[in-house]
Design a protein around this ligand. Structure first.
Ligand code: SGN
Ligand code: CA
Length: 539
């Protein structure tokens, strides 16, 4: 009897201690899956984040992510254009596998994507801001998305696929931030882990700054990059034949905000100002009219005009980023105050890089470094040491597997990216040595020719096809601004062979081929032809 009693006490004590251990705060923490906030801005060049060290602007809040976490110096995309990049991020599959190869083809939402998988694992998911994928979004408990490209001022949003577009008064970047904070504070279930996609429209063309930043940088003159006056010698046809020159293709009204251009012609920009309310319009005109009139009064030389255009472009672009950085600051403050910071992974990235005057350009699309690379900063205090720097070739293909890995969710076989969780925590430095790239949207706006290629840490090999058949190769160590095509240079014969082998290997590994290129080319040309016929029928 007595012995029985003793056994019972020991047994109860054991149960009790198991309960205590499993409920201790530390255990609670480790069992709780991390929250994820995935910040993406549209067309945000890494050159315009001060943590990258280009000295153009100050982004103290985005920089906090680098100081308190990791900065990736050679993160890159698989296809440097908006909707395809978003499709790659969601699905973890290359464009030619997920089917969204350009901004034109439809996106198939029925395939697995990381928000759907997180949702199935008990996460609450939200998508707020620019999505730029047609069809009804799948995988989100809450969505509030911009209409197409969206407007900077008083934009329209659709909530939870309601079918109704609702205009919200205010500045787009601020509205998206407020909506995210509102969802975090009031709309989500606090008992569940969450994953929020916080996707800004800014700083997408045509770079309309917020009222408070309309005169920021007015007293400053920016020097353009060393190759702003690029003559495109020593390279192939593609670089010459693009249509994305700041001084050449950007427009007086749409891009440089002139209502009447220096030749006295009306630009149509006034139509864009019709969206503004009176107060916004007054602020806008008060800021731009004197600057525009001063420029016209100066009678500048051709070269001076090119430099003026660069300055107008870069200032408006950076002004838009200031609001993005403010939003990140508000978010970080909220996470600190609410105690969420410790168990929340924050990723800051863009859908690709952007030219800030390099080669004379704006826009993206090319596999040349400035648009091939994309900013990437990640903070997760539990696993990532402050001031971590990663130079490995991480791609946007890797986001989906990485998020699933952090959440403890199995990564589907069909996803082609790799989780960079162990790389960024310092647990391993083993990583791929080459990445594969494709670009399809041609002929189209900006006229960047179809191409695909392979990049290693030092070299890059590209093939431009369809209406040309040209190869380009660059030695990034000797020629970081990619001004000298070394394809067929006998001094690089071995490198060329090695790069061709890598390209063949990667095309096979990911499932790409000439036949695939031709299939997507045909589909694109068919859509273009249908659109042409529709236009003709309307006339
Ligand atoms: C718009 C822009 C282009 C830009 C494409 C694609 N023109 O057409 O400059 O390249 O979008 O951008 S504008 O009229 O909006 O200024 S993407 O981000 O959607 O890929
Ligand atoms: Ca974009």
């Amino acid at each position: 009897m007595y012995q029985n009693y003793q056994i019972r006490i020991v047994f109860l004590l054991a149960i009790f201690s198991v309960l205590i251990i499993s409920c201790s705060p530390q255990q609670e923490e480790t069992r709780q899956p991390p929250n994820i906030i995935y910040i993406m801005s549209d067309d945000h060049a890494y050159q315009a984040i001060s943590a990258y060290g280009y000295g153009l602007n100050e982004t103290p809040n985005i920089d906090r992510l680098a100081n308190e976490g990791a900065i990736f110096t050679r993160a890159c995309v698989t296809n440097s254009i908006c909707a395809p990049s978003r499709a790659v991020m969601l699905t973890g599959k290359h464009s030619f596998v997920n089917g969204k190869v350009d901004n034109v083809q439809p996106f198939n939402w029925d395939q697995p994507n990381f928000p759907k998988l997180l949702q199935a694992a008990g996460y609450q998911t939200a998508m707020i801001g620019k999505i730029h994928l047609d069809g009804s979004p799948q995988g989100f408990d809450y969505s509030m998305v911009l209409r197409g490209q969206g407007n900077y001022y008083n934009p329209e949003f659709m909530v939870n696929g309601s079918g109704k577009w609702e205009r919200i008064e205010g500045y787009c970047t601020d509205i998206i931030t407020d909506s995210l904070l509102n969802w975090l504070q009031h709309k989500r279930d606090p008992n569940k882990p969450f994953c929020a996609l916080y996707h800004q429209k800014a700083p997408h063309r045509n770079w309309k700054p917020a009222q408070e930043y309309l005169t920021l940088f007015d007293d400053k003159t920016f020097e353009p990059p060393s190759n702003y006056f690029d003559d495109y010698k020593n390279r192939g046809t593609a670089a010459k034949e693009q249509e994305m020159k700041v001084d050449g293709h950007a427009q007086w009204g749409h891009d440089f905000k002139m209502i009447v251009d220096p030749n006295g012609d009306s630009t149509g920009f006034m139509n864009q100002l019709k969206r503004f309310n009176q107060e916004q319009l007054d602020d806008w005109l008060a800021a731009y009219t004197p600057k525009n009139e001063a420029m016209k009064a100066q009678k500048l030389s051709e070269k001076e005009v090119a430099l003026w255009k660069f300055n107008r472009y870069i200032k408006d672009y950076l002004r838009c980023i200031q609001s993005v950085d403010d939003g990140v600051g508000e978010l970080l403050d909220y996470l600190d105050k609410s105690g969420l910071a410790e168990n929340t992974i924050i990723v800051y990235t863009s859908d690709q890089g952007f030219y800030l005057g390099e080669h004379g350009w704006f826009d993206k699309r090319f596999m040349y470094e400035e648009s091939f690379k994309t900013p990437l900063l990640v903070r997760y205090p539990k696993e990532i040491k402050p001031n971590t720097k990663i130079a490995k070739l991480v791609q946007n293909l890797d986001f989906a597997p990485t998020f699933l890995d952090y959440a403890g969710v199995e990564i589907p076989e069909e996803m082609q990216g790799e989780s960079f969780r162990k790389l960024v925590s310092g647990e391993t430095d083993e990583w791929r040595d080459a990445v594969y790239y494709t670009y399809y949207e041609y002929p189209s706006v900006h006229m960047v020719k179809r191409h695909y290629g392979v990049a290693t840490e030092r070299y890059k090999l590209m093939h431009f096809y369809y209406d040309i058949d040209e190869w380009e190769m660059y030695d990034l160590e000797k020629d970081p601004t990619e001004m000298h095509n070394i394809y067929d240079d006998p001094a690089y014969a071995d490198v060329q062979e090695m790069m061709h082998e890598k390209l063949t290997e990667l095309r096979k590994y990911y499932g790409d081929s000439d036949e695939m290129d031709q299939k997507y080319l045909k589909e694109y040309l068919d859509v273009m032809e249908q659109r042409r016929q529709a236009r003709e029928a309307r006339q």
